[in-house]
Design a protein around this ligand. Structure first.
Ligand code: SF4
Length: 701
């Protein structure tokens, strides 16, 4: 059509990061298709990605102008941006003056663009003077971050999607990519179709859709992953199926790993995991025989009180077999959100600094401070996601600024989160949609521009950085998040926020990375627009990007070698079951919904897949409770209750139940919210909550 335009961008849902082409007609209406030239998805899109144009064009739920409460007991009223910035900045200033910098904090999102994430960190750590900035990525990837740091010396995913087609053995643990990373899974499916000898091992207490492709499903008891991975390690060592040359030359700490692996016999491990010992041997043999071995994992490992141990014990398998830094091999954590990686790169957590600098290192802190020309950066990590809301509830923190996330539904122990927000002196919520249950708690509500309505960059699971253009005007008075952040900072009187575009913010961040292992000094919005996406590092303007890390076997550790780690805990330390709460609750995702459904909930087509929350339960557990397929049941924990219809099958392990995490309040009632039930126990190092192991009981409603 005459005057129609086309724009390349990437999907705003999962970390696969599929390329899309947006077609805009002269009236401004948009359609979209998968980008056939894009190396990630080669034109494919999943059901969620295909319907993003409806989400972007439906503005009925959008927050259109700033709203503010003049005092706690008054309703919010529409105000101008000018008033919103003045009042927000004044309240933050006075709280910091009265209670100190650690009385405020920000809670942001893996859906923020990198520029926004960078600014939020600069503002909080450099200028508010607190490290109280955390992100919903804490809920999904922080155990993987620590695992990588302990193993390769920094938060660096070694491999690329292109390695999928070069591998001949995949171990998929605690993940259901068939539903949660669909296009990546299509690539594995296509690869296996062409090469039937490729082996796929799935480790999951549920028989998920990903098991359809598996040569071997290890349906282990919940929480026993470390024992299983150690047993595989033991078999590999005993059978001399390890790469001795690689271990001698490129690794440290092998003996500690070996000692841990030999604490249990294979039979003991099999009993504890609830899987046949022969299946453990078979899995180990598949790995031993592979020329290219890739491990993939997500929340089943990360979301655990022993999440770091689960990560390092899995990473040990790649090192034992020398399957890292080579084509078709390596560990591959799959990020859930589109820019969880970008956020980690700019230090988007309470325990990180931008450009992979180390918060615990005084030199690094000083370097960042000097680069920003800011106040001193505190040495201690700030409050992490769950700690932040506990601090608000206890009164240690007084104010929070929440950007692009819905903690009232997504954080564990949701009732505590509600109490915390009710108690806070001042809550800023910056979002696009009134569909977020968290907006109700805002003293200051700031309307943000959404996907396609602003420009910036994101990094997908394979370190691929993309530029996302502005295609549509934001509705009402909504502004790009980056602009909201820099104007707020200016209003607070901080120097160094006089940006005029997201491109300027990006240039500043790229400069900051110079000389680091995440060096992207060779990138700019302009280059990304002209030449397409790049995988970091990209240290100069002619550099083509880096699909694979550690091909020279030089790691980011002090020794330069890759490090084995002995997991500290073999056994799960989560909530224990009891006669009152005898079942283990596992929460997770379904194919056609995304996070707390503020976007996917608007698309009728996506509701045809699974229209309402359900509880998956083993037929034996259902039978002893007199529960039948389709019955309405009530699920109870120490913290609250949920009601759902039950799906009865033999595909989930006995004594385990599964509930999707997407549904929040329905008609203002919270009976569907999975996080009414979950506890807020966290891994002591990664501080990632354990959404996979809460003690519950189920009864017929
Ligand atoms: Fe979007 Fe992920 Fe689906 Fe690709 S796989 S279209 S990135 S939701």
């Amino acid at each position: 059509m005459k005057n129609s335009t086309s724009h390349k961008t990437v999907c705003s849902y999962c970390g696969v990061g599929c390329g899309m082409v947006i077609h805009k007609d002269p009236k401004g209406a948009i359609t979209l298709e998968g980008d056939a030239d894009y190396p990630v998805n080669k034109g494919m899109l999943c059901s969620k990605g295909k319907t993003l144009n409806y989400v972007a064009q439906d503005t009925t739920d959008r927050i259109l102008y700033p709203e503010m409460k003049w005092s706690k007991n008054h309703a919010r009223q529409r105000v101008s941006w000018d008033v919103a910035f003045k009042r927000g900045a004044a309240v933050f200033k006075s709280i910091i003056q009265k209670y100190g910098p650690n009385s405020v904090g920000m809670y942001v999102s893996g859906q923020c663009l990198t520029e926004e994430y960078y600014l939020a960190n600069k503002l909080t750590k450099g200028f508010f003077g607190t490290n109280n900035i955390d992100t919903n990525s804490r809920l999904c990837m922080s155990s993987a971050v620590v695992g990588y740091k302990k193993t390769v010396g920094n938060d660096a995913v070694p491999i690329a999607y292109a390695d999928i087609e070069l591998a001949d053995c995949f171990l998929i643990a605690g993940a259901n990519p068939a539903w949660c990373h669909p296009i990546l899974f299509r690539r594995i499916e296509a690869h296996k179709e062409k090469n039937p000898k490729v082996k796929i091992i799935v480790v999951d207490p549920r028989k998920t859709q990903s098991c359809a492709l598996a040569d071997l499903h290890l349906q282990l008891l919940p929480g026993t992953d470390v024992i299983l991975f150690n047993a595989i390690a033991r078999w590999l060592i005993e059978k001399k199926k390890i790469d001795k040359g690689f271990i001698a030359k490129h690794t440290v700490n092998f003996e500690a790993c070996k000692q841990k692996a030999f604490e249990l016999s294979l039979k003991q491990a099999a009993n504890l995991c609830g899987v046949p010992v022969d299946d453990i041997r078979k899995a180990a043999r598949y790995i031993a025989d592979a020329k290219g071995f890739i491990s993939m994992w997500t929340m089943g490992l990360n979301q655990s009180v022993i999440g770091v141990d689960k990560n390092v014990s899995l990473l040990n398998l790649s090192i034992l077999t020398g399957q890292i830094g080579k084509p078709g091999s390596g560990p591959f954590s799959l990020t859930g959100q589109p820019n969880a990686m970008g956020g980690r790169e700019v230090g988007g957590m309470a325990s990180l600094l931008a450009a992979h600098k180390d918060l615990g290192n005084p030199k690094d802190r000083l370097a960042v401070q000097e680069f920003w020309n800011s106040g001193p950066i505190q040495a201690e990590p700030g409050y992490t996601a769950t700690e932040m809301f506990k601090a608000l509830e206890s009164g240690k923190m007084k104010a929070v600024w929440i950007i692009c996330t819905n903690p009232v539904v997504s954080l564990p122990n949701a009732k505590l989160v509600e109490r915390a927000l009710e108690k806070a002196h001042f809550v800023i919520v910056q979002d696009i949609s009134h569909n977020s249950e968290t907006t109700k708690y805002a003293d200051l509500l700031l309307p943000a521009a959404g996907w396609l309505e602003k420009e910036g960059t994101m990094t997908n699971s394979e370190r691929r950085i993309n530029y996302l253009p502005k295609v549509l005007d934001a509705p009402g008075e909504a502004l790009p998040d980056a602009e909201i952040l820099w104007r707020f900072a200016q209003e607070m009187g901080f120097k160094g926020f006089d940006y005029e575009s997201a491109a300027e913010v990006y240039d500043e961040y790229c400069l900051m990375t110079k000389g680091s292992n995440i060096d992207i000094a060779g990138l700019s919005h302009e280059r990304l627009q002209k030449e397409g996406s790049f995988q970091w590092p990209v240290p100069h303007a002619e550099h083509p990007g880096t699909p694979r890390l550690f091909t020279d076997q030089n790691y980011y550790t002090l020794s330069g070698k890759v490090q084995f780690n002995a997991p500290q805990n073999l056994y799960n330390k989560s909530e224990t079951t009891s006669p009152e709460f005898p079942l283990v609750l596992n929460t997770g995702r379904v194919r056609d919904q995304w996070h707390t459904r503020t976007k996917t909930g608007k698309v009728k087509r996506l509701l045809t897949h699974i229209p309402q929350p359900f509880l998956e339960m083993n037929a034996v557990d259902a039978y002893v409770r007199g529960i039948k397929e389709g019955d309405l049941v009530v699920i109870k924990s120490k913290r609250g209750t949920v009601r759902a219809k039950v799906n009865v099958n033999y595909e989930i392990r006995e004594k385990l139940v599964f509930l999707p995490m997407h549904w929040g309040k329905i008609l203002n009632q919270d009976f569907s919210r999975a996080n009414n039930l979950t506890h807020a126990l966290v891994d002591p190092i990664s501080k990632e909550p354990d959404f996979k192991y809460s003690a519950v009981q189920v009864e017929k409603y």
